[in-house]
Design a binder for this molecule. Structure first.
Ligand SMILES: Nc1ncnc2c1ncn2[C@@H]1O[C@H](COP(=O)(O)OP(=O)(O)OP(=O)(O)O)[C@@H](O)[C@H]1O
Ligand SMILES: [Mg+2]
Length: 255
């Protein structure tokens, strides 16, 4: 059978909302179902690389794709998780924020470096940095879909309007195929009034777009990166692990 893989960007210009945690643990959850999965670390902070137990600044890394001419599949490396590969990042990638805009058409650089990634991986996840700068734009131009993590806190909705404006601009000008896979509510505390109110508000504003799964605030999720493992492997019976497995099922079902 000929399965064409999907490319999903995990993006929100707001910092610390759970992009990397979602990329790493959703990736591990999908890989756990036996689907070949690639996580591309597009953030010079290298958090996803380190969370998967790999060193930052190893070569080759994603900067050799964006600043050079290597293709993603050629520099993907295996992780300790079966079926999960990663394209590591480097602090040097920060340079791409200055270099890319100097080149005409550079919004499509990453798309041009995908190579045969869709034949090799059923899911490719792009972990974006906290900005709507050139790296995130490259991810959104290369992607078929975007997942937007939303931290269930006050002001959750504020940045979302800007995020959705950027998505429509990219759909109009650069990538008409791009769709929103969904918003995922993260770091949710269902015991607080605020947590419940924000969840209701986001679901009311975006009735079709919010995943059923909600990611709880969970200590195991926060500590897993320091062990270089996804939570599914660090603490398989935790609430965080169960939540990301559920999300993986939802994402895989939507294709
Ligand atoms: N559900 C959760 N429960 C507990 N801690 C969490 C949860 N999700 C994320 N964290 C922690 O919150 C912090 C921010 O999460 P994360 O790094 O995933 O966000 P981010 O959006 O990728 O941040 P940045 O914008 O800097 O890239 C991290 O320390 C992470 O371990
Ligand atoms: Mg991050």
């Amino acid at each position: 059978m000929n399965h064409m893989g999907s490319v999903l960007a995990i993006a929100n210009q707001k910092g610390g909302v759970g992009k990397t945690t979602t990329a790493v643990n959703l990736g591990a959850g999908i890989a756990d179902a036996g689907y070949r999965t690639l996580l591309v670390d597009l953030d010079p902070q290298c958090n996803a690389t380190v969370a998967l137990g790999l060193p930052k600044d190893a070569t080759p890394n994603v900067y050799d794709c964006l600043g050079g001419d290597l293709e993603l599949p050629g520099i993907a490396v295996a992780t300790r998780v079966e079926h999960l590969h990663v394209v590591p990042s480097s602090t040097e990638l920060a340079g791409a924020n200055v270099e890319l805009p100097r080149i005409a058409g550079s919004e499509s650089t990453l798309r041009g470096r995908l190579g045969d990634v869709r034949d090799r991986y059923l899911f490719t996840l792009l972990d974006c940095p906290p900005s709507l700068g050139p790296l995130t734009v490259n991810a959104l131009v290369a992607a078929d879909k975007v997942i937007v993590p939303v931290q269930t806190e006050y002001f959750a909705l504020e940045g979302l309007a800007q995020m959705l404006d950027t998505l429509s601009l990219i759909q109009r000008e650069l990538n008409p195929r791009l769709t929103v896979a969904g918003m995922i509510l993260t770091m949710h505390d269902g015991r607080t009034r605020l947590g419940r109110d924000v969840e209701r508000e986001v679901r009311e504003h975006f009735p079709e777009l919010v995943f059923d799964t909600v990611i709880p605030r969970n200590v195991r999720l926060g500590e897993a990166p320091s062990f270089g493992l996804p939570v599914l492997h660090h603490a398989p019976y935790s609430a965080g692990s169960a939540a990301y497995l559920r999300l993986a099922k939802e994402v895989a079902a939507r294709g």
